[in-house]
Structures are given as structure tokens and as C-alpha cells.
Design a protein around this ligand. Sequence first.
Ligand SMILES: [Ca+2]
Ligand SMILES: [Ca+2]
Length: 308
Amino acid sequence: MIKPICYITILLLLLVELALAQPNLVANGSFEILSECPVGADIEKSVGWFSPSEGTPDLFNACADLSTNLSVPMNSFGFQQAHTGNGYAGFVIYGQGTDYREYLATKLTSTLEAGHIYEISFYINLPEQSPIASNNLGFGFLADSAHFNTAGLLQILNADQSATTVMDSINWIKLSFIYKADGFENCLVIGNFKSDSETANIVFENNGSDQYYFIDDISIIEILSEVENIFTPNGDGTNDIAFHYGEVTFLSVEVFNRWGNTVNSIDVSKGWDGNDVEGRPLIDGVYFYQIKLYNKEIIKTGLINLIR
Ligand SMILES: [Ca+2]
Ligand SMILES: [Ca+2]
């Protein structure tokens, strides 16, 4: 029998977990839920995933027979354990002048909300047999699932890509993007949306023919919802605190007065009570704010009206 103290500890841990964790809007982002083991270019066997074009991305899993060349960790592209679990996906991201591309697509568990800020991330690894490493891996969105009758470049909405050329064949490297949603985004597409001529690459001496990356653990997490534009810090218990985002460590907020002077830097775990940095109440009026990431990148700016 488990002692009551353990129940309490577990309950507290669960509550902390719930308070911190925003759900991943990509279902099966680790390619672990399969309808069947892959035997060919079988991305559709990873539940929820599909190719949005004539390109044929691959699914790798430890369940696959070695003869399929789709097993984990050993397959025809290289040797790589999954970042998590037993499986991952792989795709061609550069066409050596042909613009051939493979893309991965999945419908999100809910449509992104206009004005909200999300972190989109995934882990990639360069297979030992890939003859090149290249940049421009990124994402874009569709308003709904779609299929394009091309094995070439996709033109897609709000595409963004990484300038980083990942050359690591041993470790999984995280690529991460901050994205402000328009509100139509319902289907995520991952790949290279830039042409071969716009893509930088580094050539390796090996026998492989596909310019390829492995990918695992794709996620979209909301990091910031719509920011309030009025708050009333008069101590009545309603709307007294602004910029209160809980125990997030990657955001900070700077507040300026109408003359552009900083009046406070907000710890988002506590929020802003309408005081200046010395703890003195600020006068009613419109204040300007900047929300910054841990790396000081400004991800949102706006006006907030302080009314007591
Ligand atoms: Ca996985
Ligand atoms: Ca490897």
C-alpha cells in the first residue's frame, strides 16, 4: 500500500506539471503511434502524418525489419537512435538543382489563434550517408489539409526557415522558431520552402544520393496568448495585475511611459501591479510595452491603458 504522503507528493507534482505544461498542438509529434510498421516510403503509417505533395518522406522505426532499410537505429541512411521513443521521420530537403522536395504535414489538434505567440520546434540530425548538409529547414501552414500535384517546391503561407546548417550526425539538434499566428493555421508543413539556388549547402564525400535529414519530436506550444490592453490596478481583486504568465523563464516585459522612459521591468511570474520599479504607483494613462524572449528578441509590442 502506498502511504498517503506519497499520494500528496504525486498530486502536487501533477499540479505543478499541469500549471507549467502547455499542450503540444502536434499530435504524434514523435512519430511513435503507428498504424503498421513501415516497409516503404510510409509516412502515412505514422498516425496523423502525410505527404502534402508527390514527394515521399520516410518513416523509421525499431519495429521495421532491417531488410526494409527503415529500422532504428540502423537504416540505409545512417545509424541513429530516436530522439525519444523508437521512431522518427526523414526527408529530402535539397534537390541538387532539380528543386525536388519532400515535406511532412499534419493537421493540428486545434487551429492557432490570431495574435497568439507560439514556439515551433523540432529536432534534426544529418544521416551519415547524406552527401550534403543544408540550411533552410523550416515550416509553413495550410488552412486545411491539402495535396499538391508536384514533387517540387511548395508555395506555402507564412513559411519561415532556419539559417543554420546542421552538420551533426551524432546528436539531435533542436531548431526553434517563435511564430505569431494569423488565426487560419490548421495544418503544419515541415520542409525546405526555398529553391535549391537559395539554399546553402556543404558537400560531404560519401556514397549517399539523397540530401536528407532525420527529424523527431515536432511541437507547437503556445507561449503567449493575446495581451490585455486595459488593466485596473485599484486593489478590487479584478484585473489588478497585467503580464502575469506564471512560471515561464523565457519571457520578460519592459514597460515605458509616453516619453519612452522605462518605468518597470516585469517579472512575469508575478505580473505588473501598476507600480514603477521603486514600487510607487504610476499615474493613469497609456503605457508602451515590449515582451522579450530570453535572448532579448522582442516578440510583441503594444499599448496598455492603466486605469485605477
Ligand atoms: Ca520519436
Ligand atoms: Ca547518426
